[in-house]
Design a protein around this ligand. Sequence first.
Ligand code: FES
Ligand code: MG
Length: 576
Amino acid sequence: MTDRKMGLQDGLTQYGDAGFSLFLRKAFIKAMGYTDGVLDRPIVGIVNTYSGYNACHRNVPDMIAAIKRGVMLSGGLPIDFPVISMHESFSSPTSMYLRNLMAMDAEEMIRAQPMQSVVLIGGCDKTVPALLMGAASANIPAILTVTGPMSTGSHKGERLGACTDCRGFWGKYRAGNIDDKEIAEINGKLAPTAGTCMVMGTASTMALTAEALGIMLPGGAAIPAVHADRLRHAEETGSEAVKLAISGRSPREILTPDAFSNALRVLHAVGGSTNGLIHLTAIAGRLGIKIDLEAFDKMGRETPVLVDLKPSGQHYMEDLHRAGGLAPILRELRHLLKRDAITVSGKTVGQIIEETTFWDGQEIVRPISNPIYPEGGIRVLRGNLAPDSAIIKQSSASPKFHRHTGRAVVFTSLADLAARIDSEDLDVNPDDVLVLANAGPKGAPGMPEAGYIPIPRKLARQGVNDMVRISDARMSGTAYGSIVLHICPEGAAGGPIGLIRNGDMITLDLEAGRIEHNVSDHELAHRRAEWAPPVHSNCDRGYTKLFLDTVGQADTGCDFDFLMATTLSGTAPEAS
Ligand code: FES
Ligand code: MG
């Protein structure tokens, strides 16, 4: 038991008369119907991320009820409060643009209101990182749970999952292999339940890596949104939050460099979304922990992809849940993990692995001796095109493009891409390299998931289904292909991708980890002298101005500079 103040006294704003401030607080909260005795209990805040726009969070009210039950049965007082809720499809211009706003909202509301611990309910892609960024900065005891993945749909006997299959079927529709009627039918079957995208997209990636960080109770990442297990996990989370309120164990004690090493290891092994790297970098940045991209890349050489989920593999999150969720992944990786890392329950990662019951015979999580892909999912690239790094999800890149030189076909903005990609006049061949510049954090702005540049329609019709594509944008975790992303610095910040012209030769070499622009330094210097940054309209005020003035590049997590920790406290991954 610590000497932390419980109940309403916590964080009391004093204007000279603390007694009167508390008196006022009590008067107003009692209007919610509480009796006095209740208000002295440990208060557990619950971040309510429900929104009528957000089907990924449709089950949040049920989860809150279960969390409250857990809190009350353990002697605490649960109080839920709203923060921004974001769904990927309803976050214009991009959810990345809004992630930092949600993180600021979460941080300040956790800090502003009296609570001795907080339950974070994440789910849709940016919500888990935003909540963890905010909670890390607020640094009051926090525990995460997630809404969980959707169950799969079905079309003509084939299982469907959002949104890898959304892309696959839309590609067939664009190529003329599916008609209007069938694509409309499929549209109604891709997202059949509440919950998050059920492939290894960003939501699944963040849920699994957050569990690996130790900030979620074991087993929580993969439980389908509609399962009773989801509510049981929520109830246990509420109960654990009361213990946290009393122990005072803070996010900083859990989110250590070792914890990030484990999460980055899991990111490789699950074939996770490339967005996961940006988000883990941003969360770490709040704690002064620097993500070492070279070490992360090296980690990938010794960490195979084990999980057979779309888009790299075949299955869906509900299958991973049946196979045991994160636990069998941790078991396979155990000799590579920081097993002494402490988790939110006080148990170490090593203890959790030892206490879990495993069985043989499941096919979703492969043994490390027989992986899906021999190396980690994400490769870090460098070169004269990406002085500060770029990445590629190598497990979903076509082997024929692992070493490839091609002619650049350049699009200078999202609008340019939309206007010309399907033009019959576009001068493009299957061996060309499609380039999209000015789609990074500042360029678009908001770093949209535009890196999945569509195959030009005239090539798609010929059956071309992959090309080398490079950009300073992001890509949905549910997408796949030979796609270089997150080129840093971005074009709009003066990065070399903004200097590429049609017909230049570009070389991608996965083996060597290089992305090169085969143009002389002299010519590049000439082009640089002529370069001017893109001009955005309507960006001289409000959140857009704050965003453009302060957002960082992908290699530092795209956080706002003033939100990151000011002192370095560690580096991850560390050598195992
Ligand atoms: Fe919410 Fe995919 S849209 S997780
Ligand atoms: Mg996504």
